[in-house]
Design a protein around this ligand. Structure first.
Ligand code: ZN
Length: 351
């Protein structure tokens, strides 16, 4: 079994910027700059660089930075039968917050072979740190597809959860320490979360012996999301509906957005018993947090979460950011967590 986690360990939500020689920088769904064997080699080199960047910054639980997939949802779906990428359809996603070209579900979904096993083997062989691997959550996948077959979001979600579970069990067996499902859709369709979202998430995570996590955020720092956040008012209480459900679920860790957001910190008190990955780095601004700012966010969280259950994290993936900015932010994250750890060791936080 894993030893107990250190107090206020650090990790990332998932993605990191790709090198400009691999994919066009600072855009989502960035086209690859390489092809064939050069692309395969380029992805591996980028994973090595991403791992080293996190290690050098001082991040405790690292990820492959999602360097091998074009997008966090479509990367998995590209290998799934029943999903036709030749039939892309422009649809409104996240309750019509923005439009995206999405592949069409044309038949029963099936995973004919492992999707990410090669990537995980490579990442595992290239770092001694604890390794997180991210997969899209069932509801977020459903919301990023044009469905012409199931015509029932819950049915499609549960079908995708079965495939995710088979994949996740294989990845855990390859030495992944944390499997995280990304569910930004949980902040949009709170009724569906209750009706079928949690059940689908638990199905995807069933039987996993490694740590399981769910990441729920307000989206990448793209304009549509920044504009949406402006409509949410002074106190963002979306988490209030989902956290009590997650507290009762089998999922061990919850990754959420805090830095520069209007999420009342007290809401993480609803996650009793869970590991809480507090977003202490804003991915929607290039302004680099100071370690002291990171420490301030983490200190606030310590009012509601015990140190061994608190992780310093980024608000969301850093894929669309400039690489040097992401690197500096990771260093600030680790330095800020170190400040709080030192305070804990000196007995300055009495819980
Ligand atoms: Zn996110």
């Amino acid at each position: 079994m894993n030893p107990p986690a250190p107090a206020v360990a650090t990790t990332v939500a998932g993605s990191l910027p790709k090198p400009s020689w691999l994919a066009r920088p600072q855009v989502l769904w960035a086209p690859w700059q390489l092809a064939g064997e050069q692309l395969a080699e380029g992805k591996r080199d980028a994973v090595r660089a991403a791992l080293k960047m996190q290690e050098a910054a001082g991040i405790d639980i690292v990820s492959d930075g999602e360097q091998s997939r074009m997008h966090f949802v479509h990367g998995f779906l590209q290998s799934i039968e029943g999903v036709d990428f030749a039939r892309m359809k422009r649809i409104g996603i996240r309750a019509d917050r923005y439009e995206a070209d999405c592949p069409t579900v044309t038949g029963p979904v099936r995973r004919p072979r492992p999707v990410h096993a090669g990537e995980v083997r490579f990442a595992r062989a290239n770092t001694d740190r604890k390794l997180k691997f991210t997969l899209p959550g069932p509801m977020t996948m459903v919301d990023t597809l044009a469905d012409e077959h199931y015509r029932d979001r819950a049915a499609l979600g549960l079908a995708l959860a079965e495939l995710l579970n088979a994949e996740a069990l294989e990845l855990a067996a390859l030495g992944v320490d944390v499997i995280q499902f990304d569910e930004p859709a949980f902040n949009v369709y709170m009724g569906e979360v209750r009706e079928w979202g949690i059940a689908a998430l638990e199905r995807a995570a069933a039987g996993l012996k490694c740590a399981t996590a769910v990441h729920i955020c307000y989206g990448y720092g793209i304009k549509a999301n920044v504009d949406w956040k402006k409509t949410l008012g002074g106190a963002w209480r979306q988490y209030e509906a989902t956290f009590p459900l997650l507290a009762k679920s089998t999922i061990r860790q919850v990754s959420l957005e805090c830095a520069n957001s209007h999420v009342p910190m007290a809401l993480i008190g609803l996650l009793a018993g869970k590991d809480v990955l507090v977003g202490a780095i804003d991915v929607a601004t290039d302004a680099i947090e100071t370690p002291e700012q990171v420490a301030a966010t983490l200190r606030q969280a310590l009012q509601y979460v015990k140190p061994q259950h608190l992780y310093g994290c980024t608000n969301c993936g850093m894929a669309p950011m400039a690489r040097p900015v992401a690197e500096a932010k990771l260093r600030a994250l680790a330095a800020g967590a170190a400040i709080v750890r030192a305070e804990l060791e000196a007995g300055q936080h009495k819980g």
